[in-house]
Design a protein around this ligand. Structure first.
Ligand code: GLU
Length: 272
């Protein structure tokens, strides 16, 4: 082949390659490098826990690994970063993490700062109390009592809005701090999503119980940076695949089943 034709073909190929490889600043571009940094909780039994021997286990971990796998990233290509209720948005916008998979409720307020794929799970806000407590039967029984929740979580905001005059709200950065305060008698109840509370009961079943009357709907989404519709669509497709292949139900049964929390049906994936 004459040299000019070879050069022309090479130029064409380079052009094609640069057209097909996604922008490195997008989720798909990042995933192309074989590596993603994912924000997760370290202290939510059944959902996401950092074990003493350094592993990450739970339903949120499985969701994160499954969707990363669908984007071409192996578990060994994932860097896990701890995220907390109050830091999820800034962890994404600052670029500290590429995704957040962390019992992260889809809300309009959060959508002003970040985007969500999903939902991949639905639960509702509930109350954790001492097993011996027969007086707290629901949020309306919280008048004059001390209620613990986590800064930056939807439950804390919900309680402030709906029960603020009646309850004394105590906020900590992490849920285990609330559970410790409850066991020590420093607060009377802890509020967050029922599925999270069920995980703490498994650690102290003889001392704690969930009231079991959910009073909100929480739809968990995967957080990503705004303005990345391809990344969002790829995550939605991955969630649907996890549901359709039965991996979603398997993970739920294995991780959440032991807590006795009633396993819900998969949600319709609607975030676009
Ligand atoms: N799902 C709620 C939220 O996103 C509560 C759980 C949490 O704090 O992670 O705020």
């Amino acid at each position: 082949m004459p040299l000019v034709r070879v050069i022309a073909v090479l130029l064409l190929l380079t052009g094609l390659a640069s057209c097909s490889s996604p922008d490195p600043n997008t989720l798909l571009g990042k995933a192309d490098s074989g590596h993603l940094t994912i924000g997760i909780r370290f202290d939510q039994p059944g959902l996401a826990e950092h074990t003493l021997d350094g592993r990450f286990v739970g339903f949120d971990v499985d969701v994160a690994e499954f969707v990363a796998g669908q984007l071409g990233v192996k578990p060994s290509g994932i860097t896990w970063r701890e995220t907390t209720s109050a830091t999820r948005e800034t962890d994404l916008t600052s670029g500290t993490v590429d995704l957040v998979v962390a019992t992260y409720s889809i809300t309009d307020k959060r959508k002003q700062l970040i985007a969500f794929a999903g939902p991949y799970f639905e639960t509702g806000q509930d109350l954790l109390v001492r097993r011996s407590d027969t007086a707290i039967t629901g949020p309306e029984a919280l008048n004059g009592r001390r209620l613990c929740s986590v800064t930056g979580s939807t439950p804390a905001q919900e309680v402030k809005a709906r029960f603020a005059q009646a309850v004394q709200l105590v906020e900590y950065p992490r849920y285990p701090d609330c559970v410790t305060a409850l066991l020590a008698g420093q607060v009377d109840a802890v509020t967050t999503d029922g599925v999270i509370l069920a995980g703490y009961v498994t650690q102290n079943p003889e001392l704690l119980k969930v009231v079991g009357k959910p009073f909100s709907t929480e739809r968990y989404g995967i957080g990503l940076r705004k303005g990345d519709p391809q990344g969002q669509a790829a995550l939605d497709d991955a969630i649907k695949k996890m549901i359709d292949t039965g991996r979603w139900a398997d993970s739920l049964r294995a991780n959440i089943g032991p807590s006795g929390y009633p396993l819900p049906a998969p949600p319709a994936v609607t975030e676009r």
